[in-house]
Design a protein around this ligand. Sequence first.
Ligand SMILES: C[S@@+](CC[C@H](N)C(=O)[O-])C[C@H]1O[C@@H](n2cnc3c(N)ncnc32)[C@H](O)[C@@H]1O
Length: 284
Amino acid sequence: MADEKKHGARLMADRKDNATPSASDQEDEPAASARDRLERKPYTSEPGRRAIRSFVLRQGRFSEAQQRAFDLQWPQYGLDCIAAEGQPRDFDATFGRSAPRVLEIGFGNGEALRYAAAHDPARDYIGIEVHAPGVGRLLNALAEDGSRNVRVYHHDAVEVLTRDIAPATLDEGGLDEGGLDEIRIYFPDPWHKKRHHKRRLLQPEFARLLVSRLRDGGRLHLATDWQDYAEQMWDVLDATPGLRNRAGLRGHVPRPEWRPQTHFESRGQRLGHGVWDLLYDVRR
Ligand SMILES: C[S@@+](CC[C@H](N)C(=O)[O-])C[C@H]1O[C@@H](n2cnc3c(N)ncnc32)[C@H](O)[C@@H]1O
């Protein structure tokens, strides 16, 4: 109940200031006032310091149905990023079992996550998204499906990965303990303009963070419809220790059957965009 209240309060703040920019309308984030920074919590990791983030929160449409989804479904499917540094969440307790786990970052409206959870009940799925209407839509869909193997964060993925998700560790025998089975990032915001490239999610430091949360033998799967971003992904990921590109250096694979084609992708294809699926295996 306390969590529910806290999330309700956060939503009030989000609703004033929430929407993900489309690929075409991304602009520089306006300087944040002290009041903005307070309202934007929990997206500001260090109050008073402005981090470079991969998203901008703006006014967006948030329907009554989506609000109801948060009110009704958050207690079942929602996770707050509350772990103290060094004390990550116990996901076995969260899901009530110890199954391989898949993380999807920036799930948008949650189409791919909903599909995957329904078609792969043996694994547990964690989704992270900052765009409240998209989270609301997925919450409704999960309730409709009666899904039991999905949990959702409405938060910045960098903070969730750092604080709530434990790094994979090696036991005395050198075998992996814990660690995610897979991480998926489908069509991350491309931030087309060169001066915005620093906002792209796929940077060397973030790649190292991803690897640290994956088990040995785990998998990282990205997709983009923006060739310049695919080039940056190769620059970063082909050079990241512990990652091996399954298609060889600067290689990509056909869309695997586990990634359904989303509306976002179909629209891109109508506009004549290509699609690059990049698949990396973790080998420490
Ligand atoms: C272009 S959309 C793609 C959505 C979806 N993956 C798809 O394929 O339709 C990128 C999404 O990433 C989300 N996003 C960007 N940065 C994020 C972050 N740091 N943490 C969580 N979500 C983020 C945005 O809100 C947006 O919904």
